[in-house]
Ligand binder design. Structure first.
Ligand code: BES
Ligand code: ZN
Ligand code: ZN
Length: 487
């Protein structure tokens, strides 16, 4: 399915079906043609409700508002309804509450995101009948009009942001045998070759040893698949700021010797989501030609069992010189991130953001739909949360405090890899990472725990079951919003 933008009036565009969004409580606007049919079929225009008018070839889709995220949901409901029929083309006008350009972008995102299917391992792929959707810049409210050039920009931005998200979903969904650290590194380097402005360096275990990344190496040790440190860089023509992104890339997390029970181990191919998120962000940022230098660092390895596995009771030497007592080998993500975060600070970034499926505790705290944002700077957290919510991703901040920090004390080493309390696990994991953030970078750093929304057992909203690409849209919206602030 291809999306097209048209500056023609909706009535003059040719298509097999027209999609009309209808708001609950105030359902009648100028594009609602058959009010009698809607009344007869008891269509109340509630969220996710649809009604076909086969006489005029119109699909009515109900919604509680025309806010951006409601529009994205409407797109997915419309695609689902049309997908069951034989229409080859569809058209839709513009709907908005306030900002028509943001709404246009949301429509593009909604259609692209909902159109994703993971079919890599299906022997027969579904043939999609619907070939194209044409979005007209004409608004349902005749008093609102938009500039053609700005509309084209918003359209392209929406498509690229959604494509970046779908790219991330595809890698996360790929099985652990097909997405080992080496294969993830190859994919990153191939992506760099295909993308203008993007370059990639892959470091092997020898380099990790030279760099004294004892924590990262310990996690990777029992696997027959060697670890990789992946460094992607995007250099724009003009750079306003330097951004470092770090991603947890556990291509499989069995828990190690603190082995996960089988039902918790299934889905742990998704423990590389943070890595795939930063890959999706940097690829889309390059395609969008954003004016920031972006360095993305991925710690890729497997957490496995074996005769040479790292053990509870081991003391590890991290790159920054701190020693870590291992009290649970399933708290491995923070060990990998400790060394990669330290490495990422070499180039003195203006901002440092890490994405990780770090803790089950974050899912307990915020629910499975919401990512946890942690950091020291209220200003940075505020700006990031505001962009994230605009993107349609759900986030909540979790507060650090000095008492939780003390729970990471160890009798034998500088710190323990788990907290001595069973409460507040998402925050203590964030505070563990804080030990690897240099003093001068404290206010530049954010930690995003995406353990809840990164991988869905059941589809919700416009997200399919499986990977959701969590973090990609919030990261890109934040970067785009920052252009205005930095100019
Ligand atoms: N990868 C898991 C966290 C996770 C859980 C991600 C559920 C996605 C869904 C992480 O490595 C882990 O196992 N964390 C432990 C930490 C504990 C041992 C302190 C956890 O959350 O149980
Ligand atoms: Zn784990
Ligand atoms: Zn993990």
């Amino acid at each position: 399915m291809k999306l097209e933008l048209s500056s023609k009036k909706i009535a003059s565009i040719k298509a097999d079906i027209e999609i009309v969004f209808v708001k609950e409580k105030t359902p009648f606007h100028r594009w609602v043609r058959n009010t009698k049919l809607l009344k007869k079929s008891a269509f109340e225009a509630k969220e996710e409700q649809v009604c076909f008018d086969f006489k005029d070839d119109i699909l009515y889709v109900g919604t509680d508002s025309f806010e951006s995220d409601s529009l994205r949901l409407c797109c997915s409901v419309a695609l689902k309804a049309i997908g069951e029929k034989k229409f080859k083309s569809a058209k839709i006008g513009l709907y908005c509450e306030q900002n028509p350009l943001e709404s246009l972008q949301a429509l593009c995102e909604g259609f692209e995101l909902s159109n994703y299917r993971f079919e890599k391992y299906k022997s027969t792929k579904k043939q999609q009948v619907l070939q194209k959707i044409i979005i007209s810049t004409e608004c349902f409210n005749p008093e609102i009009s938009i500039d053609d050039t700005k509309a084209q920009e918003a359209f392209e931005r929406g498509v690229l942001i959604a494509k970046g998200t779908n790219f991330t979903k595809e890698i996360v969904n790929t099985t652990p045998q097909d997405m080992t650290p080496k294969k993830l590194a190859k994919l990153a380097s191939d992506t760099a070759k295909e993308t203008e402005g993007l370059s990639c360096i892959i470091y092997d275990e020898k380099f990790l040893q030279e760099q004294k990344m004892g924590a990262f190496l310990a996690v990777a040790r029992a696997s027959s698949e060697p670890a990789r440190l992946i460094h992607l860089q995007y250099k724009p023509k003009k750079s306003l700021k330097k951004i470092a992104l770090v991603g947890k890339g556990l291509t499989y997390d069995s828990g190690g010797l603190s082995l996960k029970p089988s039902n918790y181990m299934t889905t742990m191919k998704s423990d590389k989501s943070g890595a795939c998120t930063v890959l999706g962000i940097i690829k889309a940022a390059a395609s969008l030609e954003l004016p920031f230098t972006i360095d993305a660092y991925i710690g890729a390895c497997e957490n496995m069992i074996g005769g040479n596995a790292y053990k509870n009771d081991d003391v590890l030497y991290a790159r920054n010189g701190k020693t870590i007592e291992v009290r649970n080998t399933d708290a491995e993500g923070r060990l990998v991130l400790a060394d990669v975060l330290d490495f990422a600070q070499e180039k003195n970034p203006d901002y440092l953001i890490d994405f990780a499926t770090l803790t089950g505790a974050c899912v307990v705290a915020l629910g499975e739909y919401t990512s946890g944002i942690m950091g020291h700077s209220d200003e940075l957290k505020c700006s990031f949360v505001s962009s994230a919510l605009k993107s349609g991703e759900l986030v909540g901040t979790l507060p650090f405090n000095k008492y939780l920090k003390k729970l990471l004390k160890s009798e034998v080493a500088d710190l323990s890899n788990i907290s001595s309390s069973s409460y507040g696990g998402a925050i203590t994991a964030g505070l563990f990472l804080d030990n690897f953030i240099q003093e001068k970078n404290k206010d530049k750093w954010l930690h995003v725990d995406i353990a809840g929304p990164a991988y869905l057992e059941k589809a919700w909203g416009y997200n399919q079951s499986g990977a959701s690409g969590a973090g990609v849209r919030m990261g890109l919206y934040w970067l785009v919003d920052m252009i205005k602030k930095e100019k």
